[in-house]
Design a binder for this molecule. Sequence first.
Ligand code: GDP
Ligand code: MG
Length: 296
Amino acid sequence: AASYVGFDSITRQIEHKLLKRGFQFNVMVVGQTGLGKSTLVNTLFASHLVDSKGRTEPDIAPRATTEIHPKSQVIVENGVRLKLNIIDTPGYGDLVNNDGCWEPIVKHIKDQHSAYLRKELTAMRERFIPDTRIHCCVFFINPTGHTLKPIDITVLKKLSEIVNVVPVIAKADSLTLEEREAFKQRIMAELQYNQIRLYPFDGEDLDAEELDVNERVRSMLPFAVVGSERNVIVDGKSVRGRKNRWGTIVVEDETHCEFVYLRNFLTRTHLQDLIETTSQIHYETFRSKQLLALKE
Ligand code: GDP
Ligand code: MG
């Protein structure tokens, strides 16, 4: 069925008990004000995830995002329960002085790591630890077609040290396909120049095939996305889209933008790896630093 999300394929690798209880997948959206973060979150929740067999837990977010705000939806497929949490954040970078504007975001991510560590240290009684750690941070880039802003480089650097970061070109409908391609290449070159290590990571233990998968993911980044909270009529059908001066952009049409790629990447192809990388790389780094500090 078109509404099939596919995360139940994870069953092979995750413990049966854990599966019955369900698991959580936490995605955070970060970027300047006005780049369409809240719109994209709503688009994700309104897209086929809602129509799938699963129950939903509607949770109305205020329009102007003034604080870190989670929005949840439970999806059930073949007896596997996934709670998708998307954490919307206030935009940053709109003040004259942007010193430390990323701090509330970084703090939120670290706070989840510390909460998990505290629970883990007392886990004798509590065998199941609710996971609020951020598994993926979707970073919105202004579709200027030129370069990243210095503030973006700074924030990306901070974030990439503590969380899986996946960049997207926001409001991609404002660029032509050629402009998007050129912009993507420029962004990736800039990230490399600034030594920002984004997800996926090429660990030493990866074989040739895994390295190849990583390379393929990288060749798609950043996803050029378009969000919309309105429907448009195309061929007599009502679909999520936007009308602009060139015509109509259908959000879920893969020839129009890469919204579907992002959604599949998050909920289907990389969900498990994002969870594992969070636990094995980012959380582990946090944990060993904390435990080392305790000993001193
Ligand atoms: P946020 O501050 O990042 O949460 O941005 P919002 O989601 O509130 O969106 C800001 C404005 O941009 C709204 O008027 C949206 O309708 C518009 N917008 C959101 N996504 C897109 C998009 O993909 N393309 C275009 N052209 N406009 C968008
Ligand atoms: Mg917002």
